[in-house]
Design a protein around this ligand. Structure first.
Ligand SMILES: [Zn+2]
Ligand SMILES: [Zn+2]
Length: 318
């Protein structure tokens, strides 16, 4: 049987003239691979270091029950937004994976460090896994589809080697733009180091309660809300657009992830900087991108045109 290349080509699947914003901005959609010939997902090696790290973080987070204070909760929520909202959602996802807008390089690297503080892997690794998800969404080679089990989609997958994204060669194929950037390549290798000065700073400011809530409880909240995009927002909720996968819009995931829960919209228009496309679909990250634009830090913001939106309505036939 002919071997199909499971890796996505980073090409725009929609015509550039359908995108509002700079048509010369870097391409950002992932072309879907041919789905018909892929084998079912094969078991992959259990990643003991990651599993022990995850168990450790969750166990230490339980100390939050004994160290609660309103200030500590405030620190947790602020860092949930800084590392999950700005680091993962705005930077790792909308900026680095999909290039839905542009920022100066210094800002990109700074935001990338904020993403590293979420301890979800460095920028190269995270982007490679996510581009694989779009190329194979809800098919056998999707790293985290609920079709392989809800727990698998939520967190089981990250306790294993990810098929097609396990080696540096595979990551480089999926994210060549980041691999050839020496700063991002370095940030990918040292992603955990930034949490140490943060923990020291928190200890100096508020002792162990700030460390427990600002690092461990916050890591748990950012993990499970990010993972809910992969699990819950491919199971429950509604669809606005045809996306050829199981992705859904789910309001509570959108609230917890600063807009990522409008996931059906995102799968339909990957390049779009705005995920909440209806007036009631609050998208805090898009509001932040608009603020950055006003400050002159975000440019080339990509949005789907009305014509393109119409072509993916359920009632529209090609
Ligand atoms: Zn998805
Ligand atoms: Zn995406």
């Amino acid at each position: 049987m002919k071997e199909e290349n499971p890796l996505p080509q980073n090409t725009l699947s929609d015509p550039a003239e359908s995108i509002e914003g700079s048509a010369s901005a870097p391409i950002s959609d992932v072309t879907r691979a041919d789905k018909s010939t892929h084998p079912t997902r094969k078991p992959t090696a259990f990643d003991w270091p990651v599993a022990l790290f995850m168990v450790g973080v969750h166990l230490v987070a339980l100390l939050g029950f004994f160290t609660f204070s309103w200030k500590a909760l405030g620190v947790c929520l602020l860092l949930h937004w800084i590392t999950g909202g700005l680091g993962i959602t705005l930077c790792y996802h909308r900026l680095l994976t999909h290039r839905s807008f542009q920022t100066p390089k210094w800002m990109e690297y700074f935001l990338s460090i904020l993403g590293s503080l979420a301890c979800q892997g460095g920028p190269l690794t995270w982007v490679a896994v996510h581009r694989m998800h779009h190329a194979q969404s809800d098919q056998p080679l999707d790293p985290h589809s609920p079709r392989h089990g809800f727990f698998w989609a939520h967190m089981g997958w990250c306790l294993h080697a990810v098929t097609g994204v396990a080696t540096s060669e595979e990551k480089t194929k999926l994210a060549p733009d980041l691999a050839k950037d020496p700063v991002h390549a370095w940030l990918d290798k040292v992603q955990l180091i930034w949490s140490a000065p943060l923990a020291w700073g928190l200890y100096a400011l508020g002792g162990w309660p700030f460390v427990i809530w600002g690092i461990f409880v916050r890591l748990v909240t950012v993990y499970h809300t990010t993972w809910a995009v992969n699990s819950a927002a491919h199971v429950w909720g509604y669809k606005n657009y045809k996306s050829d996968d199981d992705s859904t819009n789910l309001w509570w995931v959108a609230l917890a992830t600063f807009g990522e829960g409008w996931h059906n919209n995102h799968h339909a228009f990957q390049f779009s900087a705005r995920h909440g496309l209806k007036w009631w679909e609050l998208d805090a990250t898009y509001l932040t991108i608009q603020l950055l634009e006003k400050l002159g830090i975000a440019t080339a913001i990509k949005l789907p045109s009305q014509h393109l939106l119409n072509t993916k309505l359920p009632s529209h036939s090609r």
